[in-house]
Design a protein around this ligand. Sequence first.
Ligand SMILES: [Mn+2]
Length: 197
Amino acid sequence: MAEARIVTCSRETKETSINITLNLDGTGKSDINSGVGFFDHMLDGFTRHGLFDLTLTCKGDLEVDDHHTIEDCGIVLGTAIREAIGDKVGISRFGHFILPMDDALILSAIDLSGRPYFSYDLNFTGERCGGMETQMCREFFYAISYSAAMNLHLKQISGINDHHIMEGAFKAFGKALDMATRRDDRINGVLSTKGSL
Ligand SMILES: [Mn+2]
């Protein structure tokens, strides 16, 4: 039986106080309270479709705006992902998904390479979805990419409705991350010609 890949990460600043528990081998259960309802809805989709388990609480300075809350949740979730994948022995490393959600079609591709890279091509027409600024979608995934040290591409192939575009991106990311973090019995050691990642 392979060891459990469950980690808890906390981070406290003058702007936010965040606690996250992530299980890479979950069943899609989430208990999320960031203080931003729409962002909770996005993280719920990520968790459910990635088949992770995620508990997240954030007390952020929402009296300012949602920026610190969402960016810092990205930093802590990315850190949890990096810690949970650990030495990357026996995992698939690459993951991708093209997720349709009504009018939206979103591509997510991941390499858990240890080298952060971020490419983002989502285009929203409105400033907000519920209580979340659409600009914060980019900040969230950028924070994930550098704190998890992953290569992350997110691309909108089509889409009209902002809610569908953003939700499609979170679900596509969850599906791609699930694929990249899967253990494969055929892989001995770390899947790299260099021998480490
Ligand atoms: Mn929705």
